[in-house]
Design a protein around this ligand. Structure first.
Ligand code: FES
Ligand code: FE2
Length: 365
């Protein structure tokens, strides 16, 4: 009833203001609520669900991805990712345990083999399990020390992290950081250098030097690349109130809807690269993972590096979670856009062209 009233109100308003109405089909679907778990492009891509160190042999973990609860489990030799749902009475399989290489539900003990097929009914062990006793299984693999899941049909590989093979670079995994915001907003924050001097004033940038020097942006169907320079404040130098800043050359490369590769110190031996991946847990819930390849600061311990990074992520989270509307929209009329937003605008255009998001669906608020 509410939607019908809204539809009538919208039509009347359109007549009064002479606004062209959308195509009837689009008009109808504009009332569809966007559900992240129905986004086929995201379903067919790989996403991070866990740090591989979390999933020890013979353990079971509850996780969530694309609005779906999933169970990760390790039978001692192989890892599995399934829908976290027992087909008997709907209990969460992640409450269960591993029995003789099978996953056993905690409620009535039904056991499922590594293909997700029910193989034992403990209360009537002589009876054959029902044909419908199957769990929905997902693709899973471990790469870069993290566990990735694809819930649909993988259309491409896990994005490449070039520094992973470079034995000279120190690898540090930072996160995951839980952020109550759209994963697209979290990614957009990461690719937005104009926020460094303000949101991160005093850490690695300063509001006394907010200028960004952009190179030409390169975009194609396979992704986007942007080189730029910003005034970098060396965070390894303590007590520099009258800060020493240098113009630092950097590069962003986007080749997956929720994975970005960043490198600073381009053309030097002292570079730092960041492989940034965002887990789309739900429309407005994300996890941020940052995998660093570091070529400097041997005197800085991993622990102090992580502490510094956690402080930076906190600065970002505070702002991202404050953004309204909470959902991420491609409607260009909803916000104002600045010359310094060129990468985020190219990213939005790319999401649209790749069919990952469109501007017609109505997002849940
Ligand atoms: S609900 Fe899983 S065995 Fe009954
Ligand atoms: Fe930031």
């Amino acid at each position: 009833m509410y939607f019908r009233l809204r539809a009538i109100a919208q039509v009347s308003k359109a007549f009064v203001h002479n606004i062209p109405l959308p195509h009837p089909l689009i008009f109808k679907t504009s009332f569809k609520v966007y559900i992240m778990g129905q986004n086929q492009a995201l379903l067919n891509d790989w996403h991070i669900v866990a740090d591989a160190r979390e999933l020890q042999p013979l353990t079971v973990l509850p996780k969530r991805l694309l609005s779906e609860d999933i169970v990760l489990w390790h039978n001692g030799s192989t890892i599995f990712a399934w829908q976290d749902f027992c087909p008997h009475r709907g209990a969460r399989l992640s409450l269960g345990r591993i029995e003789k290489g099978n996953l056993a539900c905690a409620y009535h003990g039904l056991q499922f083999n590594t293909e997700g097929k029910c193989v034992l009914l403990p209360a009537t062990p002589d009876q054959p399990p029902p044909n419908r006793g199957f769990i929905k299984t997902y693709h899973v693999q471990e790469k870069y020390g993290i566990i990735w899941v694809c819930m649909g049909t993988p259309k491409r590989d896990i994005p490449h992290f070039p520094q992973w093979e470079d034995s000279a670079s120190r690898k540090i995994l930072s996160g995951p950081y839980r952020i109550q915001a759209s994963p697209f907003r979290v990614l957009e924050n990461f690719i937005d250098p104009a926020h460094f001097p303000f949101a991160h004033h005093g850490t690695f940038a300063t509001s006394n030097h907010p200028e960004i020097i952009f190179d030409e942006l390169k975009a194609s169907s396979s992704g986007i690349c942007l080189d730029f320079k910003f005034w970098f404040k060396d965070f390894l130098v303590e007590n520099n109130e009258d800060v020493v800043v240098t113009l630092l050359p950097c590069r962003y490369e986007i080749f997956h809807p929720l994975v970005v590769y960043f490198q600073n110190g381009i053309g030097t031996n002292d570079y730092l690269s960041i492989y940034c991946a965002i887990t789309p847990i739900d429309e407005n819930e994300s996890q941020l993972w940052l995998l660093f390849g570091v070529m400097f600061g041997e005197d800085v311990t991993d622990a102090s590096f992580l502490e510094f990074q956690a402080a930076i992520s906190k600065q970002d989270t505070r702002i991202i979670e404050s953004q309204r509307p909470q959902h991420f929209s491609l409607d260009s009329q909803k916000e104002i856009h600045l010359p310094s937003d060129r990468l985020s605008l190219a990213y939005r255009k790319w999401l649209f062209e790749q069919g990952i998001l469109n501007s017609k669906v109505q997002y849940r608020t």
